[in-house]
Structures are given as structure tokens and as C-alpha cells.
Design a binder for this molecule. Sequence first.
Ligand SMILES: [Zn+2]
Length: 475
Amino acid sequence: MPDEVTCTISGVTGPSTSGEIGAVGAAEPGPGGGAGQRATLLVRGGYVITMDPGTGDIPGGDVLVSEGMIAAVGTGMAAPAGTTELDATGMIVAPGLVDTHWHMWNTLLRGMSEGGPGYFRLCRSLGPAFAAEDIYQGTLLGCAEAINSGITTVHDWCHNIRTPAHAEAGLRALAQAGLRARFSYGYPAAHPNDQAMDLAGLRRLHADGAGRGAGGLLTLGMAWRGPGGSDPAMRVPAAIYRQEIDTARELGIPVTVHACGPRAAAGQIGMLADGGLLGPDLQVVHANWATEAEIGQLGAAGCPVTVSPWSEILVGYGLPRTREMLAAGIPVGLSVDTTALTGNADMFAIMKLTQGLANAAAEDEFALTARRTLALATVDGARSLGLAEVTGSLSPGKRADLIVVSAVGPNLGMVTDPAQLLVTAVQPGNVDTVIVDGRVLKRGGVLTTLDAERIGRDAQRALDGVIARPGPATR
Ligand SMILES: [Zn+2]
């Protein structure tokens, strides 16, 4: 492990991907006035888990952040003039956590799925009553929770885009929050299976954002029904689902699709494989019921898979296949999915459950180690989203997405094995500092750019409006 790993700052202006969204991502996050603005930062003296295999851990380590980038990691660094120092003594410094699939719009429906009755019927009944502003409020509340929980990258799987304004509202919330985000443009909740999603809207959004930069915080994807459709009992006609994925591939944007549900819905991955539709640009969600042959097909095609163990067990999908996916060489990420089901967006708890279920299934305490699990929520999650060069590890040259976790608190106390602590002991309340793209979004345990109390009040008001609004026939 070298004493200091550095990267030349000049010439690095952030990632460049064909799906960059410029128009809405250009705004500085938060209210301004210093909080959330970029500065040269030196995070000093923490136990640094870089998750970079070439660097490893650095006890008593420093991380230098400049122009939104990890400029150097090492020990005993001198601070350049004008640097703001953040004392991380006795704390754990780690890459920001990466969520890989989250329906952020329905954060407004937290705690409502059982009365829905059931998550899918809840979304089908209340989803059509969402105005664009409700998408904004739900997404912003989700963003606030993400930042508070140390999640610095989200994959917003927006499957309630009812008008172009609904998409704009979701993007506006993400841009305001300052998170790194993939915004996957989807279909409206309860969309008929015999109708295509709004592909013209997707094209417009892609064209609007193309080539405008914005530092690469927001990228565009497509949330696809695939052959399964929004109603598990129905199938989307091949002419429609092919037109949809062909459009995304023509535009060069990544696609994400659910392959889930009870045993009866199994076989979706085989259908995609038979249709020649699998590929590294197609993220598959859940895949709990994938057969051995289908797991092999995913691995051979380089398809990433996202696992959301809390929603999967709570909705009754069965157990995640994390170890089998990893054994097949599949890029695996972890995800929140929906707080309507899971209640919260605690990536630490998601890691712990992922490890526990894998070890339980293997009847082996060491089947999936804490360190390997932490990789799923950081560097591997980034890789599964195609962001491996951008985030997921504290590697010089990558964007500065990192968290600082305080060991002060009755659930911690000692700093022993930091990776095991992050996976099994740490809770969102222990997250002291969150930095995204060089901007401090949480400091001293407090959000610096978002007013969580106000966002909560606005969310309640938005939900009241959704419930009161005359609903469509599906309700
Ligand atoms: Zn989902």
C-alpha cells in the first residue's frame, strides 16, 4: 500500500457518458450560501476503507478532495492553501454507498402497502393520482433519506411518468439534492400492457440533455416493463416491448427491467435470452426465481443484477440468489427498491441482510464476508450501473463520493474491523458526514442543504392531496 496515491487534477472534469442529462442537472444543489458548495477538503486521520484493491485500507489515513474529485489518499498529507480540514479521528471513512434500484416517487406511500392492499395494488390505485409535484415531493423525501443514510448514488427507477412534467419533477428533485443518480425513465403506474410507454418523451429528454455536461451527476436510463408488463398476470406484446428496448438501444442509454415475482412469473429471463435481448446494458432486477440456466445466461451476457433483499422477503418473492449470481460472474448491486414496502432506505441494514441470507442459505458463517458485502454496496454497485470509473471507491481520479462514520454511540463505541462494523453495526444515525461530488451534504450528523423537517411536511401535504384526488377506475 503506497503512502500516498495521487491524481493530477487538471483536465479531469468529471465523467462523460452518452446519457448525461444537462438541462436539469446544472443547478447547484441546495439553498446555496456555502453549504453544499464545492471546496478543497482534507478528510484527516480516519480509518480509510478505500475499496480500491490497489490501495486497501489506510488506518489514520487522509483523503484529499479537490474540484469534486478524489485528488489523493494517504497519510500525513499537507493541506494545500485554502483547504477545509475535516477531522475524522476515530471515525471510519468509506466510499459513499451505491443504491442500484429505487422507486423514489412512491416514497410518499411509505408504510401503506399492507393497507393497499399489497404493494402492487397500492401503486396501481394511487399512482394514477400523482401529479408532477407529488413525484417531486416523494423523490425529494427519498433523496433526503439517502443522504442521511450515506447513500451517495441512487438509481431512481421512475415507473410513474404520466406526463413530461412528471419526469421533469423527478429530475428536479435529484438535481436539487445533489446526489449522483441514474434516472430511469419509465411508464405510468397502471399503464395498459397493450400500449407502449412514452418513447417520444424519452427521446425528447435524451435530446435535451445530450452534450450539455452538468458534471455528470445525472444520467438517463430506461425503466422497461420487458415481456412481463406492469400487471404480472399479463404479458406485453412482443411488438411493443421490442419497440421500447430498441428505442433505448438506438439512443445508447442503459435499460433496467424487473424479473421477479412468484414462481408463476419465472421464465422471464429465459424469454429475454431467447429473444437475444440480454446484454451488459440491461440491468435485471431481483431474479429470485432464475433457474441455473438463466443465471448462466445472465453471466454469459454480462447482465448486471440488482438485489433488494428487504423488499424481496417482505413481498414474498423468496430469497435472493446473491452467491449464485456472484459465482456466475454477474455484476451485482444492492438496492432499496421501495420504502412503501421496506419502510426505510437503510443500506447498512440491506448489507447485513444480504450477508445473513447468503450465509444462511449456504449454512456457512463465511460464505459471504462483510468485506465482500461492503463491495456490493460500493464498488460493485457502481460497476453494475456502468459507473465503475466514476464512483464506488476512494481512488484518485474518481469523483469524491464518500462518507465518514462516527464510532460514538451505544451501538458502536470501538473501531474494530471497520468493514464488519459497517455491515453489521452501523446505522444511518452514525453517519457523520456525507460528501457527493465534492459537496458536503451532511456534516456533524445534520443535512446541510436539505431541510428534512420541511420536506416531511410537504410530503404529508402531497400525500393528502393524492389520497383526496378523485381516482381513476383502477382504484
Ligand atoms: Zn422494483
